[in-house]
Design a protein around this ligand. Structure first.
Ligand SMILES: [Zn+2]
Length: 580
């Protein structure tokens, strides 16, 4: 914990709005900051810090000043160092620059709520009062500040006002079927013949929007369930980037940076704001200097609503506050200097690898990606590879068209919006959106044409699991315990054969719909390979080789998927031949 000796300051403009007794400005206080909060704030003598509710006050007998605890929602509003030597910190020139009104202001207003009619009359008389963040705004039907609307009406109840916000992102999140209601339903209903629920049930997702008000505050609004997740595109088109009114929303939770790092990595990618923000202290906007100095938010609200809770205003153009996802090349996305960052790009999926025994959409899936930039003849500079692995976690909602593409063996082009780069790994998780790119030669010039075959990096000792590379070598051993064979159709090669018990031939190919007299024999076996990589055991899973004839055979270059890498006691790499 950090203990700070502080002096309480009245929020700016309080005297103007407040009807109660004058604020006890200048009172001495002790403020306790938790380690996380202190690390985020880095408080220094002379700094101004806004402590948002809820916090707690502790009076200690025999101690002249009170202590403030549970200051989890604190934000630095100015730095002592930034004020300059000439300015007097007591003048507090920028104290109100970033901060919403304090709880004191709000309480002052709530006390005044009895005189609603009087206030409304006053408001009607004052031109532009809607734009003034404080008092009159709270009683107006439309607010420009999320914090005002939320703090003014308490955390339990619903927000009675309409709040004007910009929809920065539209996405959906998977809904777990583990609710008590659905478990009960499953028990009461007769069991289905197949264990798998119908696809419509499986693909249910909840629509969410990330909104920002003109003061810079973010909120996530959880909306209705999408029965078919492909509807997401429609809501993106309708809402994303536009100024909308939020109505009939409820407060679910207040979340902090420490507890929701993924959400805040998206918020950070939208910071600093595209245009100067409003501030609660005055009608004038924040100066560019104070805007760039403003610290990214440390908390935000989770709200809930329905489809009708988001209503676009008349303006059809994108709001100047909207920061659209910037499309990058795959190389830029991988090489970006920031450690944790959201990135958006279009890439070709060369290979998909599902979690063992599960369908795409039920478990995590690894995608091997490339684009024209990574495939260029000239070696890309730096350590960048020809292909990039991306993990789609179960927390990323996939639309039915994406699932269809991922379940088909053909390569496909997809766009990835707000993917996370964490510790050098690309990840689609909460708030990420994956979409299939339309195969439209008009909109996509032939710049994206990939070489055939696709170029892969040669296998090196630094290789990581879930990547693809090319490999040549000589087969030096066969693991006969893992070898097995199966029959396949001698016409189409399909292994989808059915047994006809009392007939000759007793095999029938399902795709060809014809009997199979002399089936081909397919063999899967694992071999040990010697390659240019010395002091390393390579075990490769091959399809379609005859066990008797493989020893000493030269193979490659093959496209292989890296399944396992063990570095101790000696380098051992488990690979699998794949078709690209
Ligand atoms: Zn066949």
């Amino acid at each position: 914990m950090q203990l700070a000796r502080c002096e309480r300051r009245p929020p700016p403009g309080e005297g103007r709005r407040r009807r109660g007794p004058p604020p006890e400005g200048g009172a001495r206080l002790l403020v306790l900051f938790s380690r996380e909060t202190a690390a985020g704030l880095m408080p220094a003598p002379g700094d101004g810090i806004h402590v948002y509710p809820p916090w707690q006050i502790l009076s200690i007998e025999g101690l002249s000043c009170n202590a403030i605890l549970n200051t989890h929602f604190s934000q630095k509003v100015f730095c002592a160092g930034k004020l300059g030597a000439a300015s007097d910190p007591r003048g507090l020139p920028s104290a109100g620059r970033c901060g919403p009104p304090s709880l004191c202001t709000t309480f002052g207003l709530l006390e005044a709520c009895g005189a609603t009619a009087e206030m409304e009359a006053e408001q009607g008389a004052a031109p532009g009062s809607r734009r003034r963040g404080g008092g009159s705004g709270l009683l107006a039907r439309r607010s420009l500040s999320l914090l005002e609307a939320i703090e003014g009406l308490g955390q339990a109840g619903s927000v009675g006002q309409d709040v004007e916000v910009v929809v920065q992102r539209v996405y959906s999140v998977p809904v777990s079927d583990g609710s008590p209601g659905s478990a009960l339903k499953a028990r009461l209903l007769p069991p289905r013949s197949s264990a798998a629920p119908p696809p419509a049930e499986k693909g249910k997702t909840r629509l969410c929007v990330l909104v920002q008000d003109g003061y810079g505050t973010f909120s996530v609004v959880q909306l209705h369930l999408l029965p078919r997740s492909d509807d997401l595109h429609r809501y993106c088109r309708q809402w994303q980037g536009r100024t909308c009114l939020l109505r009939g929303i409820k407060v679910v939770q207040r979340v902090t940076r420490e507890r929701s790092t993924r959400l805040f990595s998206l918020i950070d990618s939208l910071w600093p704001p595209a245009v100067p923000l409003q501030d609660h202290g005055d009608t004038a906007s924040m100066s560019p200097e104070s805007r760039s100095a403003a610290v990214a938010p440390r908390f935000c609200y989770l709200l809930s609503g329905q489809e009708s809770s988001v209503e676009p205003t008349g303006d059809r153009t994108a709001s100047p506050l909207y920061l659209p996802p910037t499309k990058q090349t795959l190389r830029d996305a991988v090489q970006s200097p920031r450690q944790t960052r959201r990135c958006s790009f279009v890439a070709t999926v060369l290979h998909k690898r599902k979690t063992q025994g599960r369908d795409v959409g039920q478990g995590e899936v690894w995608l091997l990606l490339t684009d024209a930039g990574l495939q260029e003849e000239r070696r890309p500079e730096g350590p960048c590879r020809r292909t990039v692995a991306l993990c789609v976690s179960t927390s990323c909602a996939l639309t039915s068209s994406v699932l269809e593409s991922l379940n088909s063996p053909a390569p496909c082009r997809m766009s990835f919006r707000d993917a996370v780069r964490e510790h050098g790994v690309l990840l689609c998780a909460e708030q990420s959106v994956v979409e299939v790119c339309s195969v439209d030669p008009e909109s996509e010039p032939r710049a994206e044409a990939l070489p055939r075959p696709v170029r892969l990096d040669p296998l090196t000792a630094e290789v990581t699991p879930n990547s693809v590379c090319s490999l040549s070598g000589v087969i030096v051993g066969v693991d006969e315990t893992t070898a097995y064979s199966w029959p396949a159709c001698n016409r189409c090669g399909s292994d989808n054969l059915e047994m006809l018990p009392e007939r000759r031939p007793n095999l029938r190919c399902v795709p060809c719909e014809s009997p199979v007299d002399e089936p081909d024999t397919r063999v899967q076996l694992e071999v040990f390979l010697s390659s240019s990589l010395s002091n390393c055991t390579l075990k490769v899973k091959f399809p379609g080789y005859d066990v008797e004839k493989v020893l000493g055979k030269e193979v490659g270059p093959l496209a292989v998927y890296v399944r396992v890498v063990t570095r101790k006691p000696a380098l051992w790499i488990g690979l699998e031949e794949i078709c690209l």
